[in-house]
Write a protein of this length. Sequence first.
Length: 71
Amino acid sequence: MIPKTRSGKTLRRVLRELLDNAVHGEFEKEVQVPATVEDKSVVDVARKKIKEYFDEKGAQIHKATEVRAKL
């Protein structure tokens, strides 16, 4: 669970950025993790889990907005 605090809001922004990168196939693209996030290793864990999800089924389900607009 991500807390509903300022640092939780910050971490959710980082997660959204990771997901946006994943939709574009840019799993290793760097994201800025603010200093307010105490344990930056959680971003690496999230990146791995997002990649696993997209490798299994996410790539067929989730498309970039630019790709969906062309349909």
